[in-house]
Design a protein around this ligand. Structure first.
Ligand code: ATP
Ligand code: MG
Length: 363
């Protein structure tokens, strides 16, 4: 079996640190490992309309931002196919047939959808399109025969939903679709990076993000304004590192080499030593935040530089998206053909159909 990856992001804003640790870095690593036959990266503009239907311009204008973020993080269009969901209408056809295989109750039980409904204030009136987006994600994944989906952990219920659809489809109509599996980041702190406000998840739609394209000054301002342990009032107070956003970010981003570089006198050799001093008391929040700022600037600087180069050729970036979309469309239409054949809606390719029906009507 081929190893095929499908991942994607909604063009609802620029990408942030949560995307970087939750899925982007892993995509780049997988892309460069040479171990995968195909990598498809979808900019899910159609899905983003399900909660932005009153502001499609926002979706449209953020496509280029997401594409620039991909390229600046090391996604290489000669190795990975970046495409636009709305340019592949076959995905909507697939969604339509998969809808029959899922109950409303099953969609309502999806914990991520439930949480997102609350965030978006949809509690009283949920658009049908939004409710069904896990089904369209199943179409996105299966259209490309993807068996591997690198995601943050908020997406696990979606992948489970896709697996169920695949199993139901294959049972009803014969073995046709590939059952995918989710691949989570290697570090727990990266599964679902919290927001700078300490909220459950850094998310474009909530606005508690450090964006990959933020200027050095913006990053510094956001880091210095981050929540820490609310009971750590004086430097001498013992502090809590567990659940403390600044330490969660250090868990996700810092490496021993950062300690070597920024604590030259060997004051702290690694995160364990820094944590233990904070917990004992005597280490101030400002010092920890300054260190976090250096770490993040180190990570973001090369991304910023690469981005500024791609920003000089916007037409070139759109060309990448359009040729990726053409390639994606060709593959999705092969899958749609197989799916329609499997379910039996293949009029033009059923050679016996006209013969049988003609006989029935004696002609
Ligand atoms: P929106 O608020 O519009 O839903 P988002 O910030 O949640 O945007 P998505 O485009 O929905 O971003 O997510 C794309 C991918 O990034 C998914 O695989 C998701 O799991 C991952 N991801 C998003 N936010 C985080 C986060 N804070 N931590 C880890 N992974 C994340
Ligand atoms: Mg999301």
């Amino acid at each position: 079996m081929k190893n095929i990856i499908l991942t994607g992001d909604r063009p609802t804003g620029r990408l942030h640190l949560g995307h970087l640790v939750g899925s982007l870095s892993q995509r780049v690593e997988m892309q460069n490992s040479g171990k995968y036959d195909e990598i498809f990266i979808e900019i899910a503009d159609a899905q983003a309309t399900t909660d932005n239907f009153g502001n499609i311009q926002k979706v449209k204008y953020n496509v280029i931002e997401v594409a620039l973020d991909y390229l600046s993080c090391g996604i290489d269009p000669s190795k990975s196919t970046i495409f636009l969901q709305s340019e592949v209408p076959e995905l909507s056809d697939l969604t339509f047939y998969y809808m029959n295989l899922v109950t409303l109750a099953r969609l309502e039980r999806n914990p991520t959808v439930k949480q997102e409904i609350t965030y978006r204030g949809f509690d009283k009136s949920i658009p049908v399109g939004f409710m069904t987006y896990p089904i369209s994600q199943a179409a996105d994944i299966t259209a490309f025969n993807a068996n591997i989906v690198p995601v943050g952990d908020d997406q696990l219920p979606m992948i489970e939903q896709t697996r169920e659809i695949v199993r139901t489809f294959n049972r009803l109509y014969g073995d046709t679709l590939v059952e995918p599996k989710a691949v989570l980041p290697s570090k727990k702190a990266c599964f679902r990076l919290i927001g700078t406000d300490g909220g459950a998840k850094m998310s474009k739609s909530i606005g508690n993000c450090i964006y990959l394209a933020d200027s050095p000054e913006e990053v510094e301002k956001k880091v210095m304004g981050m929540y820490t342990d609310p009971n750590h009032l004086k430097v001498s107070d013992p502090g809590n590192t567990e659940g403390n956003p600044v330490f969660i970010y250090l868990d996700a981003f810092s490496k021993d080499e950062h300690f070597k570089k920024y604590f030259k006198d060997g004051e702290y050799k690694n995160l364990e030593e820094l944590k233990s001093h904070y917990e004992k008391g005597g280490l101030g929040d400002i010092k920890v935040k300054r260190f976090l700022n250096y770490v993040l600037q180190d990570i973001l600087e090369p991304i910023r530089l690469k981005r500024s180069q791609y920003e000089k050729d916007i037409k070139g970036v759109y060309d990448i998206l359009f040729s990726g979309s053409d390639k994606a469309r060709a593959i999705a239409s092969e899958t749609l053909f197989k799916v329609k054949k499997a379910i039996g809606l293949d009029y033009r390719n059923d050679e016996d159909l006209i013969i049988k029906q003609s006989k029935k009507y004696d002609n």
